[in-house]
Design a protein around this ligand. Structure first.
Ligand code: SF4
Length: 878
């Protein structure tokens, strides 16, 4: 039995629509882009396309657990409710906290916030969205009087100049990037400027890349504001009619010259001039920004420095013009709507108006003050001020800065509850109570993407095991805490109706977020809900694509505010001890802490191991070798990563954010990151931490490819990744075993399969050991050990693991690590959708004299589905 269900992707804030063909009996799905969804019109990236590979039950949390013991829901819920009540009674409401996630659906978020702020009476409800876009929220509120995203994705197709600021859109918001690429192809006059210290895949379509010094964005945009003034490029009528504070803002800048800006930002002055000229002489300018701006100790100021330039030229909220914050998570925006952050109340109501929320909820004890934000909250746990915490669908032991301290905080906390769909994460390992939540493909509700578009996320399968929706878990706890009537919801639509009604409650056009048109939505209408951009009310019954086109804002005067920005450098500067700047970010094919994407073999092939990008000159200076291992250390923690030489800015290094202790022994980058936060938004400065680096030189290195998952023990360094029909382990050790044959059989390839045939090769003088284990002519596992990182490529050997039977030639060639004559070695996989390797692409380029990525696509299909690998295919021509 199959059925087709329209839903949304659970990864990034683009919020793509998905058409899922569901084979319910087999718990399988076939994923296609939803051609009717206005966020993606059928496009999907590599992550969205691979969702079908992530719905397996292996690794799922299927049953409640209490102190490591499986139990039923009644015992678990009673224990959580009783424990929270006991802590509140003894220490007060501020001794408990919730920490949520942009993965929660709006309905889940709504009841969590209502319980904590309205009925427990504490502001201590924060979320991992704090790490992602709280600087945008704060910047919007300062400029517009409300947390309003002015523009929409349609503007990609209308803009004449698109500026990507601190945003590797190609990897982090790939479908938005595809739309921008298509817009540029349709209109070659469209200019693209990328402002980023790194040369990222997004530079592939850039007409100009400004690799500015880390953290210097506010200087660049203050310089632009000054340039606009000096070159008579202001929209004075707009400034006069629709803004306030321009004079103060302009005067605070002191007419900085382009040359001064270039010096400060470490840029070429002609490039700065070019950028400013394009901004001045282009009518439709769209600024897209994300974590490179937000994750900074001056992130809010940077947001306002960008918005100032749009206000000064009237280029805001108009077709093709404006400033659009690309949110990281699928429902970061939904969280903002319901007050998921500690300094927000529900429905964009401010604490100064708390009485409105309290009356609407009939909750007289609603907290009147903001709670602790993410870093503060875990500090308070560490200090023993918060005694009980409930973490919902997120992995703070990996993702928060100073992550080792977060781990210690949870280890010392009296009562830790984690609700999650995954059983083993770095955070679930520290929980006293585990509550199995439904995952994507099971849960049902709404999400809001970066352009304010609310869409449905729909259930595709029956829940796994005893898993329940987050809203159900939260409301069951609320009822047990004495709030039966107030949390008596039967389904998500009950919650959505209340959320919509609150948005319209005593609103009268004063608050931007108003979806009161849905206050009485029927269950059928909710089921058939079409993606719509808020507000949706009497004035805008069909929703509204762009805000502020009329020049009306949500400040008391109705005018937008210029904010005088005094640029500040990042707080912790490099020192003699920690001379390099660490930058962190996402990869093309992984999502957050890999709990879901690491299940899809095709997503693990692009970058299978934690790595550090470093400029070749810096690598030489610090004695590092390409593909060798490096030890990185900051004042806060350390990690080990594989060295990749890139045209990184001198003096800086980049590491991906994804690896956890489930997949790497030393790959948790959060341990390194400084816990400095922006004083206004409280967003951590995750893009700038002083670190040092040195070679990590174990006495041996190696890898195992195995058809079965192995239990690796007694190894100093390891990473694990799932391949197509095999598991890959990269290994290193600080001591040599007495006997490799014995060690490998006991510690590494220790499955109990009977009568394996072993092939062994050892050259003790060179530190080389190689072995293969076959069962009935099938390769079970292969292990290669060397004295350093010079080991064979894994691609051919991993293909052998998937074969039912090896040929004689393959068996003979096995321990050489290279295919027999005529055999194919595809190289590292570049195209995850069609499994096409680098060597295959290079071979056809050479053999057939290809010159474009389109020709490669015609030959091999590579790059013709999601297109995420096109920048890397293009790079091969160079
Ligand atoms: Fe999902 Fe990719 Fe779309 Fe983001 S761009 S929502 S990850 S399919």
């Amino acid at each position: 039995m199959t059925k087709t269900i329209l839903t949304t992707c659970p990864y990034c804030g683009v919020g793509c629509g998905i058409s899922a063909t569901v084979y319910e009996d087999q718990r399988q799905i076939k994923i296609n882009g939803d051609h009717s969804h206005p966020a993606n019109f059928g496009r999907l990236c590599s992550k969205g396309s691979a969702l079908g590979d992530t719905v397996e039950l292996k690794g799922r949390l299927l049953q409640p657990q209490v102190y490591g013991r499986e139990t039923d829901w009644i015992e678990a819920l009673d224990l959580v409710a009783d424990s929270f009540k006991a802590v509140i009674k003894k220490y007060g409401a501020d001794a408990v906290a919730f920490y949520g996630s942009g993965q929660l659906l709006t309905e889940d978020y709504y009841v969590a916030n209502k319980l904590m702020k309205g009925f427990i009476g504490s502001g201590n409800m924060d979320t991992n969205s704090r790490l992602c876009m709280s600087s945008s929220v704060a910047g919007h509120k300062r400029a517009f009087g409300s947390d309003t995203v002015p523009n929409c994705y349609e503007d990609y197709e209308h803009a004449e100049l698109i500026i990507l600021i601190g945003s590797n859109t190609a990897w982090c918001h790939p479908v938005s990037f595809q739309r921008i690429c298509a817009a540029k192809e349709a209109n070659p006059a469209l200019k693209i400027v990328v402002i980023d210290p790194r040369r990222t895949a997004s530079c592939d379509i850039a007409d100009l890349h400004l690799p500015l010094a880390s953290g210097s964005d506010a200087w660049l945009f203050n310089g632009l504001l000054s340039y606009l003034y000096e070159h008579d490029a202001l929209d004075s009528a707009y400034i006069e009619a629709h803004t306030e504070g321009f004079i103060e803002s302009r005067d605070s800048i002191n007419n900085v010259s382009t040359v001064q800006v270039a010096e400060h930002c470490q840029l070429n002055a002609e490039d700065v001039q070019q950028f400013y000229d394009w901004f001045v002489h282009t009518d439709k300018v769209l600024s897209l920004y994300s974590q490179g701006i937000n994750q900074s100790s001056s992130g809010t100021d940077k947001v306002n420095a960008i918005i100032n330039c749009h206000l000064a030229t009237g280029k805001l909220g108009k077709v093709g013009s404006g400033a659009l914050s690309l949110t990281g998570q699928p429902n970061a925006m939904g969280g903002r709507e319901v007050g998921g952050m500690a300094n927000q109340l529900a429905a964009h109501i401010e604490f100064s108006d708390v009485d409105k929320v309290a009356r609407f909820w009939n909750a007289p004890h609603t907290t009147k003050k903001a709670g602790l934000t993410a870093v503060e909250l875990f500090d308070a746990i560490h200090e023993g001020k918060i005694k009980a915490v409930w973490i919902m669908g997120t992995n703070p032991v990996v993702s928060l800065p100073n992550a080792d301290k977060v781990k210690q905080a949870l280890q010392g906390c009296e009562f830790v509850v984690v609700s999650d769909c995954i059983a083993n994460t770095d955070t679930t390992a520290l929980a006293h109570v585990l509550l199995p939540a439904q995952g994507w493909s099971e849960k049902d509700g709404t999400v809001t993407n970066s352009e304010r578009r609310i869409s449905r996320q729909r259930a595709l399968f029956k829940p796994a095991g005893a898993a329940k929706p987050d809203w159900w878990i939260i409301t069951q706890i609320a009822r047990r805490m004495g709030f039966e009537t107030e949390f008596n919801y039967q389904n998500p639509v009950d919650i959505f109706r209340e959320h919509a009604a609150l948005s319209g409650f005593e609103n009268n056009g004063q608050r931007d977020f108003d979806i009161s048109a849905y206050a009485e939505i029927s269950a059928t209408e909710y089921d058939q809900f079409q993606p719509t951009q808020w507000p949706v009310n009497a004035a805008y019954p069909q929703g509204r694509a762009r805000m502020f086109a009329d020049g009306q804002f949500f400040t008391p005067s109705g005018k937008a505010r210029f904010i005088a920005v005094t640029p500040r450098p990042p707080v912790n500067q490099p020192t003699a001890d920690y001379p390099l700047i660490l930058n962190t970010g996402r990869l093309r094919d992984q999502w957050h802490t890999m709990t879901r994407t690491a299940l899809a073999a095709k997503l693990n092939q692009h970058k299978p191991e934690p790595f550090v990008e470093i400029h070749p000159n810096d690598a030489t200076h610090y004695g590092l070798q390409a593909n060798g291992l490096a030890h990185l250390e900051s004042q806060w923690g350390s990690m080990i990563a594989r060295v990749q030489l890139t045209e990184n800015k001198l003096g800086s290094v980049f590491v991906p954010m994804h690896w956890t202790e489930q997949y790497a022994s030393h790959g948790r980058m959060g341990a390194l990151v400084n816990p400095v936060v922006d004083p206004i938004s409280k967003q951590p400065e995750s893009k700038h931490t002083p670190v040092r680096i040195r070679p990590y030189t174990p006495v041996w290195q190696g890898f195992i490819l195995s058809r079965r998952e192995l239990k690796i023990t007694d190894v100093d360094y390891w990473i694990k990744s799932k391949g197509d029909g095999f598991y890959r382990y990269e290994l290193a050790g600080d001591t040599l075993p007495d006997d490799w044959r014995d060690y490998v059989r006991k510690n590494l390839c220790n499955s109990t399969a009977e009568n394996p045939q072993w092939q062994d090769y050892q050259d003790t003088a060179k530190g080389v050991y190689r072995a293969a284990r076959l069962l009935d002519e099938q390769l079970e596992s292969v292990i290669f050990i060397a004295a350093d990182h010079h080991l064979p490529e894994r691609s051919w050997l991993s293909m052998l693991c998937a074969k039912a039977e090896l040929t004689k030639a393959e068996r003979m060639a096995l321990l050489t690590g290279s295919p027999p004559v005529g055999g194919a070695d595809v190289g590292a996989i570049l195209c995850a959708c069609f499994n096409v390797g680098e060597k295959t692409i290079l071979a056809v380029i050479k053999e057939q004299g290809l010159t474009t990525h389109q020709q490669v696509g015609q030959c091999l299909k590579a790059g013709t589905n999601c297109g995420s690998c096109i920048p890397e295919i293009k790079a091969l021509f160079e």
